[in-house]
Ligand binder design. Sequence first.
Ligand code: FEO
Length: 429
Amino acid sequence: MISPASAIPDGEAVELAPGVHWVGAFDPSLRRFDLILSTANGTSYNAYAVRGSEGVVVVDTVKSEFADVFFARLETICDYSEIRAIVLNHLEPDHSGALPELLRRAPQAEVLLSTRAQSMLKAVTKADGVEYSYRPVATGDTLSLGDRTLRFISTPFLHWPDTQCTYLEELSVLFSGDVFGCHFCDQRLFNDRVGDFRYAFEYYYRHIMRPFRSHVIEALDLLEPLELALIAPAHGPVLRDGPRDYVDRYRTLAQPTLQAETCAGEKTLLIFYLSAYGNTERMAQAVYAGAEGVEGCRVSLFDLEGSEPSLFVDLIEEADGFVIGSPTINGDAVKPAWDLLSSLTLVKLRGKLGGAFGSYGWSGEAVQMLEDRLRGLKLVVPRHGPKVKLIPTEEELDECRAFGRALAEHLTGVANQARVVDFADLIRP
Ligand code: FEO
């Protein structure tokens, strides 16, 4: 790979603010991260060092293959004996890979990390047998370096349970870990000098942060009040030009997009179906009719044959529940039904209501298979859905209506209300 003229040579640290240096590594050849993310032009593993009047703190390390360049940069700005502490914002191996060797070189350094990271720290260091001391920190805890103060902000699940951010108070620098990062390798380092990385920033958000939207919102509530001169994320460009814009972008991305379309307190139920001969479609319409009659539940009906599963991801994410109708063909639900479910891997589904139904010719496995998958995705499947051999009768359509009504009532809480029994009802005439 040809580096731009303004690339940072290996073995040089980059000063971001007085006494604050980038000591990370570029990985331009990476094309897939964590096996699932495309990285069109690689990534970077950003690590930082902060010097105060009473010592040096290293914030995060790099992937183990890049340890040499990390140590070479670090050695240009401090002796290992000066390192008082190592702050680990996140222990995924792309940030903790060089940690065991750093601990060997700076055995006096105390490791500071979130409470939830403690077990991970033991896991990433156990193979090396290296000795160290560590201290869990939480939101509001600080570390003084004399004239510099690091404040810790717990941001769990962004991107693992262990994650935290670290704020350098005197210089308003936020070391944000994976938050506000992206897989975009550009050796010009700063956001006002690199190429256009908007797609990478949004892609990273969608794939890494989106499943944890409620945690993103909680984190933003803690981060937005901070004065921000610079955001130093664990991947991608250092955000020195308009750092607040990236915080605002997260706030926008984390907002529900469909909330305004429903009335306050209204529950939303989506019904998807596929139908080869119109039988599952008739069932879907009956499920729809049953659910639609329940007050307080907004019901929508979609023929999956007429659309792409990806278009429904946002809807499903914000809906309270969804149902899939599929015929059974060759002992299975049909492919678009599975495509829809497989497109939901980035969506938090736990606790949503789910259901399935469908027509069949001779075996009818689809309903059970879909219900099993919905349960596997952590949805609540309160009722076994109707399956109908070939053409539904009026009685069978009544069953479908009852099924739809029961699901809607489950969502609105009607089905869960305690039933008042009059003793008179218990007396046989
Ligand atoms: Fe960059 Fe979640 O590791």
